[in-house]
Design a protein around this ligand. Sequence first.
Ligand SMILES: C[S@@+](CC[C@H](N)C(=O)[O-])C[C@H]1O[C@@H](n2cnc3c(N)ncnc32)[C@H](O)[C@@H]1O
Length: 282
Amino acid sequence: MHDPLRPTADEATAAWADRVRANADQVARFREVPDGQDFYGPVAGAFRDDPRRTGDGVLDTVLSLVEPGETWLDIGAGGGRYTLPIALKAGEVTAVDPSSGMLDVMRGGMAEHGIENVRIINDRWPMAEPPTADVAFIANVGMDIEAFGAFLDAMEASARRLCVCVMGYQQATVLFDRLWPEVHGEARATLPALPDFLVLLLARGRVFEVRLSTRPAMSYESKDDLRTFLRRQTWVNPGGEKDQKLERLIDEVVTERDGRFALSWEPVTVGIVSWEPRPPSR
Ligand SMILES: C[S@@+](CC[C@H](N)C(=O)[O-])C[C@H]1O[C@@H](n2cnc3c(N)ncnc32)[C@H](O)[C@@H]1O
């Protein structure tokens, strides 16, 4: 009999897939523009960060899990916000990502900071011939992946010591989602987030450690940069009627601080989840 406190792995995996599908189906109903070949390409620059930065609580927690000399596998590594700092402490990092634009940002960061122990693989996970490492890591990845059960199976199979996941307590697009009713006349179908991920792990028979941290709200160099994100997350046609509604909302809700622009300045709660890639013995 179904027990809401103890969903089976199949139930939790199916519920995850349902959320992702509902979110994508809604885009299919409302989109006015197609996605480019490289969905992350146009915004890849926003995923650049200084690998030697201090005062980043999420990064510090991730780095506390790195044992010097070991190997890490960063799946969905993007522009290397975590890959490059991890590489400064680990022996080697393998970074997998299907976005050429993101990987260009990563290569730029490696050259700028003299980091050579990152092996880049331009591919989508799960892979036919997956690399292995001591630790398999994902940050801000998976919430929009329908077949996430298979993704996690492959991630665990590639990890010798530990799996680590960084995920926001609320869905990553929460601030963009709030604009959907005004722009499209319908509440956004939301993607899974940290609480759902923990349920999924428990349903898969994994126990875990969760460390909570906060990161500053996402902010942008210019209103134009923020507009690019907003258009991309509402799929409106630039210059069209819905884009004009969006523009009015931007005027209402976007604020500036110290030369940067944001929809909100509230810090964001983030979980850093770690677990052993095999079920614990009972
Ligand atoms: C929100 S970004 C996060 C990037 C990076 N981990 C970070 O936190 O800065 C998500 C990344 O996951 C990548 N991605 C999406 N689906 C993927 C998949 N199936 N396999 C590998 N990477 C994927 C995207 O190309 C993108 O670079």
